[in-house]
Write a protein that binds this ligand. Structure first.
Ligand SMILES: Nc1ncnc2c1ncn2[C@@H]1O[C@H](COP(=O)(O)OP(=O)(O)OP(=O)(O)O)[C@@H](O)[C@H]1O
Length: 327
């Protein structure tokens, strides 16, 4: 299938430029499926991944690509090859050393930002003892259905599916659970009927306890994002959490600084990331709107405002990591 150097003859454009031009005509939710795009003698040839799609959805995808590319200059015909390979669902854990550093807020908003960029994303609230995703993703008080012994994730209003222990057990009840039981409960959330969800973000409980260990044993994440505030103590704990994942051979996608600003300072996390040779993913300022919209179940990443911007930027890096293994 490699005809790299004789493609792009049309209009004298470089092949790389042609690929860019074709892909730019596709919305992100289609573009991220594209594995190659080129023009050969007026014919646009697109290879796209569709293993996770039903037959009807594959046809829709083909029709949409054809419709969008047919209008481009120099494209007389569109040929599409859909690869049937079913993509494996990816799991990314969001972890921190300390509680209260904004791990849940990051998980929610990252999920929303990635969903808006066309990914099919689910959130699992791994914080069995203090679940916050039902509130953050506006699904409080809703119970998931069970089909064939599996939980059916809830659809949040933001295009992200979600499952939390908070949807299943009465508030406070899980507090009495011992580690192994909590680990098992988390396993049930991961093994739920996630359908065509391609990415699961797991809001991990803080620290390095039993739940983390059983997660590594049973549902090893593909990567972990660590979050910390700029204070030294939080950073030291974050490094410890990072070590646990590293020992489990889970890739560290990078470190996020939260609550940057006058109170906690700014930039400390980036320096720390460099020192540990971990990619730095970005900085989320301390922002009253971020707190208020979290409490109201309206993630900032769901609207166009400034408070959503850092999450979109981090989301773009995570998307790159998913596609290329680098941020
Ligand atoms: N950048 C920010 N600006 C303002 N408030 C924030 C920011 N990030 C998080 N918060 C607020 O800080 C509190 C703790 O955040 P969050 O629940 O996301 O942290 P966590 O690390 O998940 O905590 P826990 O370990 O308790 O689950 C919440 O009230 C949240 O709204």
């Amino acid at each position: 299938m490699s005809e790299g150097n004789n493609s792009g003859a049309t209009n004298g454009r470089e092949p790389a430029g042609e690929e860019k031009r074709l892909r730019a005509a596709l919305p992100p939710e289609i573009d991220h499926r594209v594995r190659s795009a080129r023009i050969l003698n007026g014919r646009a040839i697109i290879v796209a991944e569709a293993g996770d799609l039903s037959e009807a959805k594959r046809e829709e995808l083909e029709a949409e690509i054809t419709r969008l590319l047919s209008t481009l200059d120099g494209v007389e015909e569109v040929r599409i090859a859909l690869t049937g390979e079913r993509r494996r669902r990816r799991i990314i854990a969001v972890g921190s050393g300390k509680g209260g550093v904004g791990k849940s807020t990051l998980t929610t908003n990252l999920a929303v930002a990635l969903a808006q960029a066309g990914r099919s994303v689910g959130v699992i609230d791994g914080d069995i003892y203090g679940p916050s995703q039902p509130k953050l993703l506006a699904t409080e008080g809703t119970k998931p259905a069970v089909e064939d012994d599996k939980l059916v994730p809830l659809e949040s209003p933001y295009g992200v599916r979600v499952l939390s222990m908070g949807h299943i057990v009465a508030p406070g009840k899980a507090l009495a659970w011992r580690g192994p039981m909590a680990g098992k409960a988390l396993g049930q959330l991961v093994d739920a009927n996630w359908g065509d969800t391609e990415l699961l973000l797991i809001d991990m409980p803080p620290g390095t306890g039993d739940v983390q260990l059983s997660m590594m044993a049973d549902h090893k994440p593909d990567g972990v994002i660590l979050i910390s505030t700029p204070q030294d103590l939080a950073l030291i704990d974050a490094a410890r959490a990072g070590q646990l994942f590293e020992q489990g051979e889970v890739a560290i996608i990078g470190l996020v600084e939260n609550m940057s600003g006058e109170i906690f300072g700014s930039g400390g996390v980036e320096k720390f990331a460099h020192a540990l040779d971990i990619p730095f993913l970005g900085r989320i300022p301390l922002n009253a709107e971020t707190r208020a919209s979290g409490d109201a179940g309206k993630p900032p990443a769901a609207s166009e405002g400034e408070a959503g911007e850092p999450f979109r930027a981090i989301g773009a890096k995570v998307a790159r990591w998913l596609d290329t293994g680098k941020v």
